[in-house]
Ligand binder design. Structure first.
Ligand code: FES
Ligand SMILES: [Fe+2]
Length: 445
């Protein structure tokens, strides 16, 4: 039967084995790293200019001449779809007198023209023409000066770049989790929400937070009705490359939750209705059966409903596979939607950062709407996706992530106190410690 064939294939693809626990040094996670300018400067030299980062979505650069710009600290990065169909990443700076070249966040151009003196580069970054070319007594800059390119790779529906010419290839950088992410049809997910919060906190507070689920029942009391967070019920993995995975069962309440049946059924109603399960059948203490029944329904009905779930392990059909990629990327993958979260460092201030949220949906063939209880919203395939930007409270990243956003500025203030010296972590926070130890290793290189 097709279902069991699919499972056979899926199990080949998704490695669910538990990684050995890493040996951790356990040195103090000192507060100064969250506000010291020296620390920030060292991170710039040793981490930001050496690690793979996402510039934009592949879907933003579908046509020749499409371009995007993004920022990482003090740098502006320009990605261009060349007329040879290759996508390249450049430092977004004119070689004449250092003018920032392209101003807009995205656009379409035949040539890249500097707004200052109109030096003109082609879509491969070659300088093609300059006004008064004969006036350069040292010789024409054309043929000599070009945009400065950096490493660039298209993978999983994103454009990745690395400023380090000697970096390892992206797949090697990601290690085994690249194969796991490949089991999701990432390039087919469509971004439905795009928010950037100008945060008053250091970027590491974001990665710390998304490296543990210890905070979930207190910061997200609503989430426990549909998601396992506890150390017994989840699997936590640390990979040698410095990245981590949390496999968090979904489709039902957390094991530690007493009561709350009604909330579980209300929150899962949209998903259960779609997959032809009747919430009434789970009243009277049966909400913990929903997860397996949802998995079976998705296997049974996936194709009929317009999905291809053949590459997923059964657990991927209901669960959150949450990844933290060093240094600053976190994402939770679900079968039909996922959320990508990251904090980019500020240009100059270690106590600020830019926090990005992308919500992505895999629409079934023919589907026009998708209900996400993460976003608390029905999402239409027709919706425009503007880039919402502003301070926290001016924009929303959805009800769940807004709860995290409440924490970080308050924690940033607390870290300055004379009354706080260092961390005291539970073992279920080991991924946070691992992140800091990997960070220290990179900074010591
Ligand atoms: S700075 Fe770009 S043309 Fe002068
Ligand atoms: Fe959280």
């Amino acid at each position: 039967m097709a279902g069991s064939d699919q499972r056979g294939l899926a199990e080949e693809l998704a490695d669910i084995s538990k990684q050995p626990e890493p040996e951790l040094r356990g040195y103090p996670i000192t507060p100064a790293r969250y506000f010291s300018k020296e620390w920030m400067e060292k991170e710039w030299e040793t981490v930001w200019t050496k690690t793979w980062q996402i510039a934009c979505l592949e879907s933003e650069l579908t046509k020749k001449g499409d371009y995007t710009t993004t920022t990482l600290g003090r740098e502006r990065i320009l990605c261009v779809h060349g007329d040879d169909d290759k996508i390249r990443a450049f430092y977004n700076v004119c070689q004449h007198r250092g003018m920032e070249l392209m101003k807009d966040e995205c656009g379409h151009a035949k040539r890249l023209v500097c707004p200052y003196h109109a030096w003109t580069y082609d879509l491969k970054g070659k300088l093609k023409s300059v006004p008064d070319e004969a006036d350069f007594t040292q010789g024409s800059p054309c043929g000599k000066l070009n945009l400065v390119e950096m490493k660039c790779k298209v993978w999983a529906g994103f454009i990745w770049y690395n400023m380090d010419d000697d970096c390892v290839p992206l797949r090697e950088y990601l290690g085994p989790i690249a194969d796991q992410i490949d089991t999701y049809p990432m390039a087919e997910f469509r971004r439905t929400h795009w928010v950037t919060v100008e945060g008053d906190f250091n970027w590491k507070l974001v990665q710390d937070n998304f490296s543990e689920s210890y905070h979930v029942p207190f910061v997200h009391p609503g989430a426990v009705h549909t998601l396992e967070y506890g150390r017994e019920g989840c699997q936590f993995d640390h990979y040698p490359q410095g990245h981590c995975r949390m496999m968090m069962p979904g489709g039902g309440p957390a094991a530690a939750l007493m009561g709350g049946e009604k909330e579980t059924l209300v929150k899962l109603k949209g998903e259960m209705d779609f997959w032809e399960l009747n919430p009434d059948d789970y009243k009277g203490g049966n909400t913990r059966n929903i997860r397996k029944d949802l998995q079976a329904a998705k296997r049974r009905l996936g194709k009929i409903k317009g999905y291809n779930f053949s590459t997923y392990h059964d657990d991927q059909l209901t669960d959150n596979w949450h990844y933290t990629i060093f240094p600053n990327l976190s994402f939770s993958l679900k079968p039909e939607s996922n959320i990508w979260l990251r904090a980019r460092p500020h240009e100059t201030d270690p106590e600020k950062c830019y926090f990005d949220m992308w919500f992505m949906v895999l629409f079934a063939k023919g589907q026009t709407e998708y209900f996400s209880y993460v976003m608390g919203d029905t999402i239409s395939t027709q919706a425009e996706v503007p880039h919402m930007q502003g301070k926290a409270h001016e924009v929303t990243t959805g009800p769940a992530i807004d709860e995290d956003l409440e924490i970080w500025p308050q924690q940033q203030r607390g870290l300055h106190s004379r009354g706080y010296k260092r961390d005291y972590l539970a073992s279920q926070e080991s991924r946070m410690r691992y992140f800091h130890e990997i960070l220290e290793d990179w900074m010591a290189r």
